[in-house]
Design a protein around this ligand. Structure first.
Ligand SMILES: C[S@@+](CC[C@H](N)C(=O)[O-])C[C@H]1O[C@@H](n2cnc3c(N)ncnc32)[C@H](O)[C@@H]1O
Ligand SMILES: [Zn+2]
Length: 424
């Protein structure tokens, strides 16, 4: 059922044109993504965001398969590529494609016209040009709820969170974005405090903090409305940078202090620790150099992904030939890395090998070797999809340093032995 508001008022242009200052597609281009042809027009389009779109479409399709229906609101649709993919690949029953810039209308409608529009209750898609908060609030007021809302916004615009949650069906999916690398890097703590309620300071795993800041902001916003959100997957991409999180929203508040708190990093010894809100007065480090402790929060301290959900995404990707074809695809590698880092024994954050090497005063050991050794010593360890040369582990920094030193000694001994053999 389409809201009378949308039927009466669309299309209409919003008063202020929120067209971004940077336009990545000055000329219209014909492109192909996952076999679908579309035009970019003058809209903001990044082909590097294809993985984020793949993940969104896989999640949408899983939802459609389990619930038997799918209505999507693509609140900042750009040229409409996501809307097109939700319609064709996820077989959405209806997609509302909205973008504040009405100059993109021809391109969006042209792209979506690859799917017959339909009419009445059979209508498959509609294009509007409202300010995103307005369209979502109108849908909420009309009790026109959606199963998946995609908010592909710029910067740290958290104002969309509440209106999106209001327009989302319970048990629905909310796909949110932040592109604010300055805030996650701890360079604008009062900005992150205003946007996400988190005072964020520079930390070695700042790109993971960006995801946790976004999830934490959503958790807080949801709890105001009497809902709780949990991350199904969290994806960082250095293009942008872009922080994306798929959240499932249900009724009920988050249990007290559960996965929402503070994170400390000790610049002296390199250890990190999470503290719940009721431990605020106890923040410290076993090395007892409390002056070196950097604290950020409150933010999400729990798992970034739900492992069983990632397995379902991976299985569907295989079914669609996006993975499991013999040669590992980038999407497959990403999903597998996310699965590895979903081990419940792994804490938040990651340790960069360069930091271990510099603290141990040795050359950086090969990642695979140090991971194997850490595992043999009984710790949990995985790579991080966020940082290439880093590991997620519950092995304390002091132990990582010892292991790196021992590996260097073994390496030196092996060189001496092979030199001796050559001299024989
Ligand atoms: C990152 S782009 C969207 C890209 C698109 N989702 C994709 O995957 O290619 C963000 C879009 O939001 C639109 N926009 C920015 N602020 C808006 C607002 N407040 N309300 C509605 N649309 C807005 C811009 O015109 C732009 O097209
Ligand atoms: Zn310390």
């Amino acid at each position: 059922m389409l809201s009378p508001f949308l039927l009466l008022h669309s299309p209409i242009s919003i008063p202020q044109n929120p067209k971004p200052a940077i336009n990545f597609s000055p000329k219209s281009e014909l492109r192909v993504e996952r076999g679908l042809e579309f035009e970019t027009g003058e809209s903001f389009f990044r082909h590097e965001s294809a993985a984020g779109r793949d993940l969104g479409v896989l999640a949408a399709s899983l939802y459609r398969k389990s619930k038997g229906k799918l209505r999507v609101l693509d609140a900042l649709c750009g040229c409409g590529i996501r809307s097109l993919r939700y319609l064709v690949e996820a077989e959405a029953d209806f997609v509302l494609a909205n973008d504040g810039n009405d100059e993109d209308r021809r391109v969006i409608c042209g792209n979506l016209s690859r799917v017959p529009r339909g009419s009445g209750d059979e209508r498959r898609w509609m294009v509007t040009h409202f300010e995103a908060n307005r369209v979502m609030t109108e849908c909420y007021l009309q009790r026109d709820f959606f199963d998946l809302i995609d908010v592909d916004s710029f910067g740290s615009d958290s104002s969309f969170l509440r209106s999106a949650m209001n327009a989302l069906r319970l048990d629905g999916l909310l796909y949110v974005t932040s592109t604010d690398g300055f805030s996650s890097g701890g360079h604008r703590p009062y900005h992150s405090l205003a946007a996400y309620g988190a005072y964020v300071r520079p930390m070695p795993y700042s790109n993971e903090i960006g995801l946790r800041m976004l999830i934490g902001g959503a958790v807080r916003e949801a709890s105001v409305l009497g809902y709780r959100v949990t991350p199904l997957f969290s994806y960082y991409s250095y293009h942008g940078p872009v922080f994306r999180v798929m959240l499932r929203m249900n009724r009920g508040k988050l249990q007290d202090n559960r996965h929402y708190g503070f994170i400390s990093y000790c610049a002296h010894c390199g250890n990190s620790k999470a503290f719940s809100c009721d431990q605020l007065g106890q923040i410290g480090c076993p090395c007892s150099d409390s002056k070196s402790i950097i604290v950020s929060g409150p933010l999400w301290t729990g798992p970034l992904h739900e492992a069983s959900y990632l397995t379902e995404l991976l299985n569907l990707a295989e079914e669609w030939g996006w993975a499991g074809t013999g040669t590992e695809t980038a999407l497959e590698k990403l999903l597998k890395q996310m699965l590895d880092e979903s081990d419940p024994c792994l804490p938040f954050g990651f340790i960069k090998l360069d930091e271990v090497a510099s603290r141990a005063k040795v050359n950086s050991p090969p990642l695979r070797l140090i991971m194997d050794t850490i595992r043999k010593e009984g710790y949990a360890v995985s790579r991080s999809h966020i940082s290439y040369n880093a590991l997620k582990t519950n092995c304390p920094m002091t132990e990582c340093i010892r292991i790196a030193k021992e590996l260097q000694q073994c390496d030196s001994a092996a060189i001496v032995d092979s030199a001796a053999i050559v001299n024989l």
